[in-house]
Write a protein that binds this ligand. Structure first.
Ligand code: FES
Length: 353
């Protein structure tokens, strides 16, 4: 369900990125209180066309009776309709519709050693995770390895520097710039699997890390995951969120469209109401639902954000790609409706689980 929110501040944080803050009315305070690491799905109509995007919340999570701070980071994406709009036209006082914060790339504050490898705008949710953790849990430490093209294009420089000043003993920062020479001793160039396999054990005791948070472009997240696995880190300690999946460069091409039944029927439950509809040739199960239920949840339609997650009650589906669900979630029966096509004549999904 979408709620209208008023833009209360817009700050330019790099040449191609802004931080946008939304005012939360008192009656929506609890709805919009986020867990660090979650994102906000927004929708806006530009030129008669509805656009949906998800943006991670960069502000620390708040507690108690105060207003939640809803501040998101938005970087200009080539051809990105909402980011272009946000950077060029969005103004304080405008109204944007947003869903309650969601996402499972989260860390509730607890004692321990945590680490993150982020690239570009991947810093956004990790900033909220690190700032909340360090402020609320005196027995927690955090190591942040970030990769950017240049210092000028690095988002949230001040906020990260502030964490370093505030928690000199508990916050460790390493920045790698891929297109700039750096001071001796600091890594430069791209952080790939090979470089991370060498760098991480030199920075911190890898086996003692309680949770790893990887966020950014597909190549960086995949390289970091491979490095951690090579270093013996258990999959259950690795959490990842991918931003900007290019169509090429991924190693999971959609499977061929074989074995699709000539006719299939989808039954879906959404907000307690069920319906059954024929699945039209080639369409995803999300598209089938959306033809009759415009309230079906989605944002990216690209298998990245996880907003369309549903439980597969019966039947079988094939997913084109999945960059959002963890193996435990797919193992437990969850699928991405925007990427799912029926394999059996009858398929049932439950969006309420
Ligand atoms: S809508 Fe984003 S993963 Fe399906």
């Amino acid at each position: 369900m979408f709620h209208p929110l008023r833009v209360s501040a817009i700050e330019r944080i790099t040449d191609d990125a802004v931080a946008v803050t939304f005012a939360v009315p008192p009656e929506l305070r609890e709805t919009f209180r986020h867990t660090p690491g979650q994102h906000l799905n927004v929708r806006y109509t530009v030129g008669g066309e509805e656009i949906r995007r998800s943006y991670s919340i960069c502000a620390p999570a708040t507690e108690g009776p105060g207003d939640p701070v809803l501040r998101v980071g938005i970087r200009l994406v080539d051809g990105g309709a909402f980011s272009t709009y946000a950077l060029k036209e969005l103004a304080v006082g405008d109204r944007v519709e947003a869903m309650a914060p969601m996402g499972r790339f989260v860390l509730a504050p607890r004692p321990g050693l945590f680490a993150a490898v982020v690239g570009g705008s991947g810093i956004t949710p990790v900033l909220s995770i690190a700032a909340t953790l360090l402020a609320r849990e005196p027995l927690a430490r955090f190591c942040l390895v970030r990769s950017d093209r240049t210092a000028a294009s690095t988002m949230f420089l001040d906020e990260v520097a502030d964490l370093k000043d505030r928690y000199p003993d508990r916050f460790q920062l390493v920045t790698a710039l891929s297109r700039e020479e750096q001071a001796a001793g600091l890594p430069s160039g791209r952080l790939d699997r090979e470089r991370l396999t060498g760098l991480l054990p030199a920075l911190l005791p890898v086996p003692d890390v309680d949770g790893w948070f990887l966020c950014g472009p597909f190549g960086l997240v995949k390289g970091a995951e491979d490095a951690l696995r090579a270093l013996g880190v258990d999959r259950s300690r690795i959490h990842q969120e991918i931003f900007h999946v290019a169509d090429e460069g991924t190693d999971t091409p959609p499977p061929a469209l074989t074995g699709t039944p000539a006719q299939s029927t989808l039954t879906a439950t959404l907000d307690g109401r069920s319906g059954s509809w024929p699945v039209q040739s080639g369409e995803s199960l999300l598209e089938t639902v959306l033809r009759s239920r415009s309230d079906a949840p989605y944002a990216c339609k690209g298998g990245v954000c996880g907003t369309c997650r549903a439980f597969l009650v019966s039947g079988e589906v094939r997913m084109d790609r999945n960059f959002a669900l963890e193996p435990e979630e797919t193992g437990a029966g969850f699928v991405l409706a925007c990427q799912s096509h029926p394999v059996t004549p009858d398929v049932e999904l439950d969006f309420d689980r």
